[in-house]
Design a protein around this ligand. Structure first.
Ligand SMILES: [Zn+2]
Length: 293
């Protein structure tokens, strides 16, 4: 198995709370729980994964834009904006934007060479502007959402995205049998140590990143494919997205676990993500939903 001497850390840029029906995916249709839910999840992190690879520093996602909580015109006007606010709420308890969060782990924005966006929702793509020197990579199917008449209906806010900086990757057949049932992907450095895999469903072009490190378990950074790796393992998918596609992606990832023993799934809003990455706990250990305790 190809590996590299890669250091991986998780920082949080903002916090989010969502509806419980979204996290666990229930029989209730999205519109129903969006209109009627009266409860929220605990506050969850908005994780950004910092990957210090020998070939350059890579970020997986960029977190929530602090402007989103102060600017009343950040979200679309009218009913659509109301639906956005019904589905998720954001806050910045420590006041940290991406730059401050990176400085805590000793990284400057100008150190980042490559950003991989799991998808274009604003809590993942919200801070591209903070990283002026980075190439910004995403799945071609996700970029295609920007060409639709109302990307906002897919949770994508074109007003806050610089289209010219977004570069679609080209998925090609993977020579590596170990990644079946994933047969196509984008091998970032051509050495198998960082491989982008299409994992659609939550959005049309949701993408994951496989990280294979020296002497540590492989990681699969999945964005919003799941809120909780234990739910994914049980085949449960979140309540926003195209459910049959989400379920196909979930079963592919679960099949990949068979191929890559010890594979650790890292979700964008998992409070246990930092500890999973550090190898401190197993994925099947219940997480403390309040954070570090
Ligand atoms: Zn999302």
């Amino acid at each position: 198995m190809p590996t590299a001497d890669t250091r991986v850390q998780v920082v949080s840029v903002g916090e989010v709370r969502v509806r419980p029906d979204n996290i666990a995916g229930t029989w209730r249709p999205m519109l129903w729980w969006t209109l009627t839910s009266r409860t929220w999840s605990p506050w969850l992190p908005v994780n950004v994964v910092v990957i210090e690879h020998p070939r350059g520093t890579v970020l997986f996602d960029t977190g929530q834009d602090p402007a989103s909580v102060g600017d009343p015109s950040y979200y679309p006007p009218g009913l659509l904006g109301w639906i956005y606010r019904r589905q998720a709420a954001f806050r910045f308890p420590d006041g940290h934007g991406l730059e401050e969060a990176l400085s805590v782990v000793g990284i400057a924005p100008s150190d980042v060479r490559t950003v991989v966006l799991s998808h274009l929702h604003q809590d993942h793509a919200g801070n591209v502007a903070v990283l002026p020197r980075a190439d910004i990579l995403l799945d071609p199917a996700e970029l295609a959402l920007l060409a639709e008449r109302s990307p906002e209906l897919h949770g994508v806010l074109p007003r806050h995205l610089d289209r010219d900086r977004l570069t679609p990757v080209r998925h090609t057949p993977l020579p590596d049998d170990a990644l079946a049932p994933f047969t196509e992907g984008h091998d970032l450095y051509g050495d198998g140590t960082l491989v982008l895999l299409p994992t659609p469903g939550h959005s049309a072009g949701s993408m994951s990143l496989l990280v294979r490190r020296d002497a540590l378990p492989p990681l699969l950074l999945v964005g919003d494919v799941t809120y909780d790796p234990a739910l994914l393992r049980a085949g449960r998918v979140p309540g926003t997205g195209a459910r049959p596609v989400q379920q196909e992606t979930a079963s592919r990832i679960n099949a990949l676990r068979e191929r890559l023993p010890g594979l650790v799934v890292v979700a964008a809003h998992d409070p246990g993500a930092a500890r999973l990455v550090a190898g401190a706990v197993g994925e099947d250990v219940p997480h403390d939903p309040d954070g570090d305790g």
